[in-house]
Write a protein that binds this ligand. Structure first.
Ligand code: HEC
Length: 144
């Protein structure tokens, strides 16, 4: 399955079509770089420590810390993708996996924002996440 997705990705990249600015490339980047752990539908594997993003991840956009977390979490920040590709991937991903939870006033990620956030590594990923999730819970949004 992964091998087949990889071949599809390579074939598309080699076809020379201008994928860079399209939603198609964000989807392909998700399939190539993220879905191995997170699953195509974003449900992940909660029992193996991979959170379910489907119908949830959009809530993180409701606070500045949650918005930053989606970039700073290692799976995103350490992916072999440039800042512009990550911005596009996240903009596509929150809509594809969690459209109903994305706040109406959401402004898309820019490559500049990704670059700035990516430069700041999180020392304590679970601790930071717990803070974000706790704040969202206080606001009435359940993400797990
Ligand atoms: C090797 C497995 C793996 C890959 C590949 C991976 N992740 Fe993750 N991801 C995780 C794990 C594990 C967590 C839980 C936090 C942690 O331990 O880093 C996580 C957490 C997240 C979260 C936070 C969700 C939440 O509810 O806390 C986001 C957003 C995320 N990953 C995005 C991505 C994106 C985007 C990609 C691809 C560019 C990606 N991940 C690739 C394993 C992975």
């Amino acid at each position: 399955m992964i091998a087949r997705l990889f071949l599809v990705g390579v074939a598309l990249l080699m076809s020379g079509t201008a994928l860079a600015a399209s939603a198609g490339s964000a989807r392909i980047n998700y399939l190539l770089h993220c879905s191995g752990c997170h699953q195509q539908d974003g449900t992940g594997s909660v029992e193996n420590g991979i959170p379910n993003m489907k119908g949830r991840v959009g809530h993180f956009l409701r606070t500045p810390e949650g918005r930053a977390f989606l970039v700073q979490v290692p799976g995103t920040s350490q992916a072999a993708l440039n800042d512009a590709d990550i911005a596009q991937l996240l903009n596509w991903m929150v809509d594809a996996l969690s459209r109903n939870e994305v706040p109406a006033n959401f402004l898309p990620y820019s490559s500049e924002e990704v670059a700035r956030l990516r430069a700041n590594r999180l020392d304590d990923v679970p601790g930071y996440r717990a803070g974000v999730v706790g704040r969202l819970k206080e606001m009435g949004y359940q993400v797990e």
